[in-house]
Design a protein. Structure first.
Length: 255
């Protein structure tokens, strides 16, 4: 599945996807988006956690504008909907996804990072939504995912002014969950991935599928969904193993 534009390295239960567009700050073109889509549409058997990162000092600088200008209104709308589809696969495909970020996390790159479940940034990281300065509007899901992280008011200001946030500011705002030193993001991502991979796959799946959806529900519906998830997970073989391991004071071995 690996290619020059998306390098895929699998080590045990962890797959590392490295976006690789030298000289383009890993700007998102159709070929790269299709490669990411292909991986998440059919993940290799045995993979339990995914790390997404970039190369040459950048995570992803967003949509390749040289492709954007070649589309008409209908083509742009369909392209946006394709982005939505791929981002949904990242967020709700069932695999925990960690972003190891540095350099540009801009526009579509930030939209993609926001679809991942754990985000780690280095001091070089720049978070920005510059679409307003380009005369365009976000189209990869920012109004839903980033808007929920920042709030509509702050996201509007960020787009209007082209404001940049650094790693520490991103940590305070929720754009990243961990702010680490230079060159440390991938190492922490690997450490966290190994930890997450040891969880029961069902409970990981429940967390990925349910928590964001519960946010969309009424309080009563959300509480009912929580009870359903608890009922399914707590009566599973993995739950039995987890309790047994706790009582026997050992590390659980999940399926």
């Amino acid at each position: 599945m690996t290619s020059e534009i998306l390098k895929i390295d699998i080590e045990g239960p962890i797959a590392t996807l490295t976006m690789n567009r030298p000289g383009k700050r890993n700007a998102m073109c159709d070929e790269l988006l299709d490669a990411i889509d292909g991986f998440f549409s059919a993940p290799p058997e045995g993979v339990r956690v995914v790390i997404m990162t970039g190369t040459e000092g950048h995570y992803c600088s967003g949509l390749d504008l040289s492709e954007h200008v070649a589309r008409n209104a209908e083509g742009t709308m369909r392209h946006s909907r394709n982005w939505h589809s791929v981002m949904e696969k990242i967020q709700f495909g069932g695999l925990p996804v960690i972003s190891a970020m540095f350099g540009a996390v801009i526009g579509g790159g930030l939209e993609m990072a926001a679809a991942t479940h754990v985000r780690i940034s280095e001091p070089s990281t720049i978070f920005q939504l510059p679409e307003g300065m380009r005369g365009i509007f976000v189209g990869g899901g920012a109004t839903v995912r980033i808007g929920r992280i920042l709030g509509a008011d702050r996201m509007c200001e960020m787009m209007l002014t082209g404001r940049k946030y650094n790693s520490d500011e991103g940590l305070a705002l929720g754009l990243t969950h961990y702010a680490v030193g230079e060159g440390e993001a991938l190492a922490l991502a690997q450490k966290l991935a190994a930890k997450i991979a040891k969880n029961a796959t069902l409970s990981n799946y429940m967390m990925i599928q349910a928590i964001s959806r519960i946010e969309d529900m009424s309080k009563a519906d959300g509480l009912f969904m929580e009870s359903m998830c608890a009922a399914v997970s707590q009566t599973s073989e993995d739950a039995e193993e987890g309790l047994k391991a706790f009582l026997e004071k050992r590390v659980p071995i999940f399926r």
